[in-house]
Ligand binder design. Structure first.
Ligand code: SF4
Length: 206
């Protein structure tokens, strides 16, 4: 099974995931930038609580995040954890996005609290730029499928995937979302191989 076949199989079984989930009547770019920071080391359920707080407070905008008292911002985003650092990162990003329209990956990575996964999520989902998002689920799945070593670096895995699928933003968006879906539902820490429709090295070994 090659990488593209894995994508097609996941899509066939789960259908389009249509990421990134955003609220109606909110600024898509702002919500994705904020969500990409808030989702670090926490579940999406917790991110949603913080986003709801920001929306209720009328603060899901770069202007508000830039100007709001940081202690209030921390309270609003508290449900998603690590709120001290995340509040600082959100303020830095709000400043950056208010200053410049076009932001490069390097500029995002220079912001304290923004790593490759967060930067690529912003670039791919908010700006439709072809940066494939790699996360712990991607590493786990590609290792178990026998494609890549367990301790592969972010950039190496990203390159491996993009070398093996068409350079298409819609495929990048869907494939990442499908990997997350599959790893949350079936290829979990203790994988439910008996329910899995992918043939893989890991399944054959157990
Ligand atoms: S067969 Fe098992 S290890 Fe392989 S992808 Fe499916 S759930 Fe994961």
């Amino acid at each position: 099974m090659n990488v593209l076949k894995v994508y097609k199989k996941l899509l066939d079984i789960y259908g389009f995931q249509k990421w990134w989930p955003v609220h109606e009547n909110q600024d898509k770019v702002v919500e994705i930038v904020v969500g990409a920071v808030l989702t670090q080391n926490t579940s999406w359920k917790n991110v949603e609580k913080s986003l709801e707080n920001l929306i209720s407070y009328g603060c899901l905008s770069f202007e508000c995040i830039k100007n709001i008292d940081i202690e209030i911002l921390k309270k609003l985003i508290k449900p998603s954890g690590f709120y001290n650092q995340k509040a600082k990162t959100l303020k830095l990003l709000a400043n950056l996005f208010l200053e410049k329209k076009e932001i490069t990956r390097q500029e995002l990575l220079a912001v304290k609290g923004v790593g490759p996964e967060t930067a690529d999520s912003i670039l791919l989902y908010a700006f439709d730029k072809p940066f494939f998002v790699v996360d712990k689920y991607t590493k786990r799945l590609f290792y178990r499928l026998g494609f890549t070593p367990e301790n592969i670096s972010y950039e190496e895995l990203q390159r491996f995937i993009t070398d093996n699928i068409p350079k298409d933003v819609e495929i990048y968006k869907e494939f990442h979302a499908l990997i997350v879906k599959h790893c949350k539902d079936i290829c979990t820490k203790t994988p439910k191989c008996e329910n899995c429709f992918l043939s893989c090295k890991f399944k054959m070994e157990v």
